[in-house]
Write a protein that binds this ligand. Structure first.
Ligand SMILES: C[S@@+](CC[C@H](N)C(=O)[O-])C[C@H]1O[C@@H](n2cnc3c(N)ncnc32)[C@H](O)[C@@H]1O
Length: 237
């Protein structure tokens, strides 16, 4: 599976995990202050620089559009949800056009007009997934996004496996709820199980790719896996 990289700029920053805490936070603050995406996000009123990852991916695959049903898992502080709302209500006017957006996170999320917010909600809990399904009221989902990320431990393999579990949870939910031709997008901390994930997803989607948008930091192990054109589930005859 080839990794679609949009840019090849090498980061000059050393991974914070390898440095002492004081040094690493100083580096982080300095990098954050000078980061063009952070500056742009303030200017464009996004809650986080992560908005640009979804914008860049959507620019290439064009799945966010007015009238869709979309779910944002791991939504706090809400930048991806803001992107969804802006793409689905392009005039900036929130009026009924068929769009239905649900945003979920373990933590708090301040309200976003145009989205149904489920804060303090563990997406992986079957009870919470049942709650999401009842909110959907028999609507199938066009786009299921997960930017869920575990609390990183510093051990690459542990973090990767935790991230893989979060993706699998979202993916299993997607298989139950996505429309035929729907899209699944998830962040994965890249590692040994990434290829396994691609193989599983290929059984359910016509096209599966691993992507690293330009705004994703080069020294971050995160990548995004996208499944395009969900094949649908065959109902027993
Ligand atoms: C990188 S942040 C998401 C940023 C967000 N996409 C944005 O643009 O504002 C990852 C989020 O995943 C959430 N998360 C991790 N595990 C989760 C779970 N089991 N259920 C719901 N959210 C989870 C974390 O609380 C955290 O807010």
């Amino acid at each position: 599976m080839s990794l679609v990289r949009y840019s090849s700029t090498r980061s000059i920053f050393t991974s914070c995990c390898t440095l002492g805490k004081g040094v690493s936070s100083a580096i982080w603050i300095n990098r954050h202050k000078n980061d063009p995406y952070v500056k742009k996000s303030r200017y464009e009123n996004f809650r986080a620089r992560s908005a640009y990852k979804l914008l860049e991916i959507n620019e290439k695959y064009c799945f966010l559009k007015p009238g869709i049903v979309a779910i944002d898992c791991g939504a706090a502080p809400g930048a991806w949800t803001q992107v969804m709302v802006r793409q689905c209500y392009p005039e900036g006017v929130i009026k009924p056009n068929g769009t239905f957006i649900i945003a979920i996170d373990l933590g708090g999320i301040a309200p976003i007009e145009g989205a149904n917010i489920l804060p303090f909600t563990d997406f992986t809990s079957p009870l919470n997934q049942a709650k999401i399904i009842s909110l959907l009221r028999d609507q199938k989902v066009d786009v299921l996004c997960s930017d869920m990320c575990p609390n990183v431990t510093g051990s690459h393999e542990v973090d990767h496996v935790q991230s893989f579990r979060l993706v699998l949870s979202a993916f299993q939910f997607g298989v139950q709820t996505l429309k035929t031709d729907g899209v699944f997008l998830a962040k994965i901390l890249y590692g040994s199980k990434s290829d396994e994930l691609v193989d599983i997803m290929k059984k359910f989607f016509q096209n599966v790719k691993i992507i690293k948008p330009p705004s994703s930091r080069e020294d971050s192990s995160e990548s995004f896996i996208i499944g395009l054109k969900f094949k649908g589930l065959k109902t027993p005859s």
